[in-house]
Design a binder for this molecule. Structure first.
Ligand SMILES: [Zn+2]
Ligand SMILES: [Zn+2]
Length: 254
């Protein structure tokens, strides 16, 4: 199984990252994608991916940090991409109108610029969306949707149905295990398993029964268990299919 979205560069893992990775591996998590949210974190994620064979990374600027974007950042990301095959995607990028930590008129061009970069380098894009699906839909038009994953999906099915029909991937976190997340469970039932991936978004969003604790890649099993239950298929099938999807999506070496 692959945890396709965790933040191993987060300070919450500063004390015990080797143990966190070892626990994941002991649970059969063979690979992890550590996701960047800023330029400094992109560098740190690449460093982690170079240190651990089972870890790959993304580079990119999260919508929360769009306000810090400088015109030179695009070239910095380009050179990070060129510097190592451990960089497997641009992300996480997107639009977040829930928190609006950066004004939405600032988020938009930063998102578009990074989507263009992904298209130009032939890399997938890891997209974050909160209360911004209409604008995300518009901006994604520049990309081949088979190379886009909507991460930590909290959308209603009808809002993403067309994107999924066009090939977009969707990944799910521990939020799907929370009692109030009936809408997300409906998306899991509707979405073709061939376009689904599993993630933790660790250290955030720990699934039930770890809710409230620090999340870590080993807990991604809980997301796969839930998918198996909702789809009425075996855990092994979810493991096999989502691993295959992630390998192809991120172009990971076997
Ligand atoms: Zn996110
Ligand atoms: Zn994230």
């Amino acid at each position: 199984m692959i945890d396709t979205h965790c933040h191993l560069a987060d300070k919450q893992f500063a004390q015990d990252l080797p143990q966190v990775i070892a626990r994941a591996r002991a649970q059969g998590i063979t690979r992890m994608i550590t996701i960047a949210d800023s330029i400094p974190e992109s560098r740190f994620c690449l460093q982690i991916a170079q240190e651990y064979e089972c870890v790959f990374c993304t580079v990119g600027v999260h919508p929360h940090h769009a306000k810090d974007w400088k015109s030179a950042d695009s070239d910095t990301l380009r050179s990070l991409v060129s510097s190592s095959p451990r960089v497997r995607a641009i992300g996480e990028i997107g639009l977040d109108y829930h928190y609006n930590f950066s004004p939405c008129e600032v988020q938009r061009p930063v998102f578009r610029e990074q989507l263009t970069l992904a298209a130009e380098r032939g890399l997938p894009a890891v997209v974050h969306c909160r209360e911004a699906i209409a604008d995300v839909r518009t901006d994604l038009k520049v990309l081949d949707l088979t190379r886009v994953v909507l991460h930590c999906c909290t959308e209603v099915w009808e809002d993403i149905e067309e994107l999924v029909a066009q090939g977009m991937h969707v990944s799910f976190t521990g939020i799907a295990t929370y009692p109030q997340s009936e809408e997300i469970r409906r998306v899991i039932r509707e979405c073709p398993i061939e376009q689904m991936m599993v993630e933790t978004d660790a250290p955030y969003l720990a699934p039930v029964p770890y809710r409230g604790k620090r999340n870590e890649p080993a807990y991604v099993l809980e997301v796969a268990r839930l998918i198996a239950k909702l789809k009425g298929i075996s855990f092994e099938d979810v493991d096999r299919q989502t691993t295959q999807n992630a390998m192809a999506f991120f172009g990971l070496p076997s």
